[in-house]
Design a binder for this molecule. Structure first.
Ligand SMILES: *Cc1c(COP(=O)(O)O)cnc(C)c1O
Length: 442
């Protein structure tokens, strides 16, 4: 961690699997065994050297958390104790810790823990599927028994995460089950045009299972207007699902909270701890505003697991796609216990401030352009205007090992995308980034 934070090593290596496997002598170890503490040390050094360093100041790529030490300790505890606590009897402490952090998250949304419920699952993608299954259980109560036998749709902007489209297909709603919400030129839901789309679907006899909002959109980092969406959804009696996997953590920052105004009116929210709450991958919360909604999503008896004994506590498996489940709550709990809600909020504020600074540097530079100011810690920008040049720039940076960027499409054009995740990223790193990019020939 210290070596990565100092930024003297490459942030990323991306050598082909054949070379990595040869260096790590994988086939030999698998065939012969016999690793000792000494050879483990050597193996680990090479293993980390061939990996990606998220603690590095030049790490600006994907939205994976830079884990905080308490969360890493939580991983170690789970790795040893393995209290796979989806059945309460498999880990009373782990399950109780999870319920406590869920109650904290419900409270952060402005919901009463008594009125809502939630669960932690293995990732935002699974969390979106789980939340949309709860929405389906309300809109199509027979679907669990009879399948989806009529046209049912989910309305989501084209900028929503790929897991939304996957969830629609997994739920058996097919290609026509995903309807594009009308959007503005930044990919945000156009509230003015949404009611007509919903009315049209209603006239065609389709059941709208949910409207999905971005908070924020993964490609652009922009938030949908949750308050206005909630009004439209309430008037149409449609479930509003807010995908806050990345951006819900802005609730912890007093200066950023306004982006989520109205979230208290959502029916379900997904909020990843492994993005901005600094736990390792994965720990994603599914939060619903009515009690028992998750249980209803999984209306399935399992007579070898559930029977009338003297059980105490809640079997969280009744709320999840997963069977066994890791001690996900412990990681988030330890981060909160260590830094406090305010300490985590300061980290979030700082990453957003650094993203704003990057945007200002890019805006003021004649060779760069940017489509809009950031609302989160995600910044889209480009060097020149050629689409393929952006991809070449990214590849060059990765090969040089100084900075690791991602890339996204905005309005069909290719951009570089920086997400400030590492507490080690400061303004000099951002200035170096632009200088490095300038060295890439157009
Ligand atoms: C990251 C992200 C997801 C997916 O979460 P995973 O944990 O990677 O499965 C879904 N939605 C949004 C908005 C995201 O940013």
């Amino acid at each position: 961690m210290e070596e990565s934070r100092a930024g003297r090593t490459p942030v990323i290596r991306r050598r082909p699997p054949r070379d990595v496997a040869a260096r790590l002598q994988l086939a030999d170890w698998i065939r012969s065994g016999g690793m000792t503490p000494e050879t483990f040390d050597e193996f680990l050094a090479a293993y980390l050297d061939e990996g990606t360093r998220l603690h590095h100041p030049g790490y600006l790529a994907h939205q994976c958390a830079v884990p905080d030490v308490p969360s890493s300790l939580g991983d170690l505890v789970h790795g040893v104790a393995n209290n796979a606590m989806s059945l309460y009897e498999m880990g009373a402490a782990a399950a109780t810790v999870e319920l406590a952090v869920i109650d904290w998250m419900l409270t952060m949304l402005g919901w009463s823990p008594a009125a809502g419920e939630g669960v932690l699952v293995h990732g935002g993608s699974l969390a979106n599927l789980t939340a949309l299954l709860a929405a389906r259980a309300v809109a199509l109560p027979d679907a669990w028994e009879d399948g989806v036998s009529r046209r049912a749709v989910i309305v989501a902007p084209g900028t929503s995460h790929v897991s939304i489209a996957r969830a629609v297909r997994i739920m058996g709603m097919g290609r026509r089950g995903l309807v594009a919400a009308p959007t503005d030129d930044r990919g945000r839901i156009d509230i003015g045009r949404l009611p007509a789309v919903l009315d049209g679907l209603h006239r065609d006899g389709a059941t709208v299972v949910a409207v999905v909002a971005n908070a924020c959109a993964p490609a652009t980092g922009l938030y949908d207007d949750l308050g206005a969406l909630a009004e439209v959804c309430t008037a149409h009696r449609i479930w509003l699902h807010v995908d806050g996997a990345h951006g819900c953590s802005a609730l912890l920052s007093p200066g950023l909270r306004h982006h989520l105004a109205g979230i208290e009116w959502a029916d379900s929210v997904v909020w990843d701890a492994h993005k901005m709450l600094r736990t390792s991958t994965l720990a994603a919360a599914v939060l619903v505003r009515r009690p028992a909604a998750l249980g209803q999503a999984f209306g399935q008896p399992a007579d070898y697991l559930f029977f009338d004994d003297q059980r105490t506590g809640i079997d969280l498996m009744l709320r999840t796609v997963e069977g066994a489940k890791a001690e996900l709550g412990l990681k988030l709990f330890l981060n909160l216990a260590w830094r406090g809600q305010e300490g985590l909020g300061e980290y979030i504020t700082a990453t957003h401030r650094m993203a704003q600074r990057l945007w200002e540097l890019v805006r003021d530079h004649p060779n760069f352009e940017t489509p809009f100011p950031p609302e989160s810690n995600i910044v889209c920008f480009r060097h020149g205007t050629d689409d393929t040049h952006q991809i070449r720039v990214r590849d060059r940076l990765i090969a040089g090992g100084t900075h690791h960027l991602a890339s996204s499409l905005v309005n069909g054009r290719r951009y570089l995308r920086a997400t400030v995740m590492s507490p080690a990223t400061d303004e000099s790193v951002l200035r170096d980034l632009l200088a490095e990019i300038e060295r890439c020939e157009t």
